[in-house]
Ligand binder design. Structure first.
Ligand code: AMP
Length: 279
């Protein structure tokens, strides 16, 4: 695997691949890699001629300086993991390689960044679109791979791609879970053994909702899930919401357009998110 820390080195490599007509698949990450990230690289490897993984803990998407500081950084292990899978290039830039200083950025995301994560983490999706646009500009991938785990993020990036008429094809990959159902996340390493056990309730609440989906109203499903989660010690719920899968507008009634249930909660000191497609 080639490792590039500067745009210039990366560009030289990309130019050669481009001339050969090779299809580029990009997997953007913030590192602290786990099997969820590796699954994206696996899918990208099957659909592209070469895979670029980026690791960059993007400061502009953190609205809490403490969260940014606490974000796990495990670069040595990350490189080992990437070497064990089909990853051709790691792009590992310093912040100064990406940002000139404080840069202004704003994109109209409509209602997408006003609900759920957008509402609770103001500015988060502006930062996400800012970094993903920069990575797309630097790398110009044919395809880019993202996880369903960050469902709202995928919609936000899709909106950005449409806004700028970008030709990159976005691919959403399934959520990879631990054997007991917990969605893999870089933040899971902050969970104490007790938190780790309590955190299972998030996935459980989603699975129960999906099971009951044919038999209960949206309102009842949300109420049941909230009630269940309120019984879990150390879990502080931010939202449990059933939404339209394309717009993330709150679902009022069951319809054929596709619905998704999304949950976010703090378990101990760690904030976790998860979701499940209902229909
Ligand atoms: P992050 O490093 O958390 O920014 O995540 C980088 C990419 O990996 C994003 O597209 C995430 O949605 C994806 N991802 C994170 N966790 C998982 C998971 N458990 N399963 C599948 N994809 C994931």
């Amino acid at each position: 695997m080639e490792i590039f820390r500067t745009r210039r080195e990366l560009s030289e490599y990309l130019l050669v691949q481009n001339k050969l007509g090779k299809v580029c698949g990009l997997v953007p990450t913030m590192g602290a890699l786990h099997d969820g990230h590796l699954s994206l690289i696996d899918v990208a490897g099957k659909e592209s001629d070469y895979v670029v993984c980026s690791i960059f803990v993007n400061p502009t998407q953190f609205n809490d300086a403490r969260d940014l500081e606490k974000y796990p950084r495990t670069i040595e292990q990350d490189i080992q993991k990437l070497n064990s899978v089909n990853c051709d290039v790691l792009f590992l830039p310093e912040t100064s390689e990406i940002y000139l200083g404080v840069e202004s950025w704003h994109i109209d995301l409509g209602t997408l960044d006003k609900s759920l994560e957008g509402e609770l983490r103001p500015g988060h999706y502006q930062g996400v679109t800012q970094i993903v646009k920069k990575l797309f500009d630097i790398i110009n991938p044919d395809k880019a791979y993202f996880g369903q785990k960050d469902y709202q993020q995928f919609l936000v990036i899709s909106k950005m791609v449409k806004t700028f008429n970008l030709s990159v094809k976005l691919v959403m990959c399934p959520i990879v879970r631990e054997t007991d159902g917990l969605a893999m996340s870089s933040r899971n390493i902050h969970l104490s053994p007790t938190d780790r056990q309590n955190a299972l309730a998030l996935h459980e609440s989603l699975v129960i909702t999906k099971q009951k989906f044919p038999h209960k109203s949206i309102e009842q499903l949300e109420e049941d899930a909230k009630q269940y989660l309120s019984t879990i010690p150390g879990l502080s719920l931010d939202y449990f919401s059933i939404c339209h899968s394309e717009t993330l507008q709150k679902a009022e009634a069951k319809d054929a357009n596709g619905l998704v249930a999304l949950v976010a909660a703090k378990v101990g000191c760690t904030r976790l998110i998860d979701n499940i497609i209902l229909s």
